[in-house]
Design a binder for this molecule. Structure first.
Ligand code: ZN
Length: 250
């Protein structure tokens, strides 16, 4: 009989008996099982595990622990992940999103805060195409449709719990730890395309005279050619940031 010391963090404790929750516990085992086999034996679903540390070093599901090792298990959405999650979320920060057709308002909010939030609604692409595109692009599919997330083509997906758009925005910022990555005035709210700096002279004839005089900096969307300046959406944007973004000081 060999011995391991195990510790499960945050929501992974949901799967453990009370005596093992929120503490390091001793597990005896025979043979040379992989970490995945140990998890299955403990009734902890491997897809909910984002990171496994063996004596502080990341290991994968096929790792076979040795006598006396200490293993720590972290779920996805754990905010202090010391390494890239195993397979359940894209490693890029911030992640890119694809929103289901009914989440148009959330898509616009995310873009307003600078996040890449693709949204196909006209015409409605249908579930199969949405799932395929999210998978091919490596985007996190955001939806309130659990059947959509069950499709095999979805690599990364998240079921949005909230029903009100502003609450949905806060939920996504929290779940994906995006508060510190907010970058307003960087993306077109209509097209999801990154904004580019515009030469004030070049766009002068498309601006009201008072705007031209008051604001020195302009951005434009290369897709729809809409021009943005700090006055145009600034107050609305600042209000939104104030309401939903934690730790934002501007
Ligand atoms: Zn645009």
């Amino acid at each position: 009989m060999r011995t391991l010391w195990l510790r499960f963090y945050a929501s992974l404790n949901d799967f453990l008996p009370t005596r093992w929750k929120q503490r390091t516990f001793k597990l005896g085992f025979l043979g040379s099982p992989t970490v995945r086999e140990l998890l299955v034996q403990l009734n902890v679903p491997p897809p909910e595990v984002a990171l496994i540390l063996s004596d502080g070093r990341p290991v994968d599901f096929d790792y076979r622990p040795k006598e006396g090792e200490r293993l720590s298990f972290y779920p996805i959405f754990y905010h202090l992940l010391p390494a890239t999650p195993l397979h359940t979320l894209p490693s890029e920060r911030p992640p890119r999103f694809l929103l289901d057709t009914h989440l148009g308002r959330l898509a616009r909010y995310l873009r307003m805060l600078g996040f890449d939030a693709a949204h196909l609604s006209d015409p409605d692409p249908g579930d199969a195409a949405l799932a395929r595109q999210a998978g091919e692009d490596g985007r996190v599919l955001l939806t309130r449709d659990r059947r959509l997330l069950a499709r095999k083509a979805v690599r990364y997906g998240y079921f949005v719990r909230a029903t009100v758009p502003k609450a949905q925005l806060i939920e996504v910022l929290d779940r994906f730890d995006l508060h510190a990555l907010v970058d307003p005035f960087s993306r077109c709210m209509c097209c999801n395309v990154p904004l580019e700096p515009a030469d004030a002279e070049a766009v002068a004839d498309r601006l009201p005279p008072d705007v031209r005089a008051r604001y020195p900096v302009f951005y434009y969307c290369p897709a729809c050619e809409r021009i943005y300046w700090e006055g145009s959406h600034h107050a609305r944007m600042q209000r939104l940031i104030h309401q939903v973004v934690r730790g934002h000081t501007s």
